[in-house]
Design a protein around this ligand. Structure first.
Ligand code: S3P
Length: 171
């Protein structure tokens, strides 16, 4: 058993923040699939989308998923918003969907101090309308793929961590 925790959910919901805090609290390492792809290719996600297209990026996500399945254990994994589509997601670890309403996520991104760079680095977060359409297309699938759904909207980080720790029995 890999004993990994895989955080999935929409862009900007706070997967990286939760992963790092969970790492701090449990003493496990945290890795992020976008970071892994950027280091593997030595290119920014934005550049990969621009030069090679989304399909190529999805192949890199699958390659990353294969590596996680084969070689990583006892780790917190935060993922890109589309990573839930990889074929072997359930084999990598316990899948946790971080859930929030679209408008809350949109505000979290656009009202953050570094909103511009947060939007700029996300090629699929083009406009309110486009992002909302994508959110609506995906929200059901996130629920279906998840072992556990955790509502993160308007909640203290510590509360969220405690719920994840309690429901997964990690320590
Ligand atoms: C994507 C989400 C991004 C990144 C890429 C594609 C998506 O990650 O993987 O831009 O398809 O939702 P975040 O969820 O960390 O923004």
């Amino acid at each position: 058993m890999s004993n990994n925790i895989i955080l999935v959910g929409f862009m900007g919901v706070g997967k990286g923040t939760v992963a790092r805090a969970l790492s701090g609290k449990t003493g496990r390492y945290a890795v992020d699939t976008d970071d892994l792809i950027e280091s593997l290719t030595n290119k920014k996600i934005k550049k990969i989308f621009k030069k090679k297209g989304e399909e190529y990026f999805r192949q890199l996500e699958q390659r990353t998923a294969n590596w996680l399945e084969c070689c990583v254990k006892d780790t917190i994994v935060s993922t890109g918003g589309g990573f839930y589509k990889v074929k072997n997601l359930k084999k990598i670890g316990t899948v946790i969907y971080l859930k929030a309403d679209f408008d809350w996520i949109y505000e979290r991104i656009t009202k953050s101090p570094n909103a511009k760079s947060k939007i700029k680095k996300r090629p699929l977060f083009k406009s309110y309308k486009d992002a909302k359409t994508l959110y609506n297309e995906r929200s059901q699938a996130y629920e279906e793929v998840a072992d556990i759904t955790v509502n993160v909207q308007n909640r203290d980080l510590d509360d969220i961590l405690n719920e994840i720790i309690e429901k997964t029995n990690i320590s």
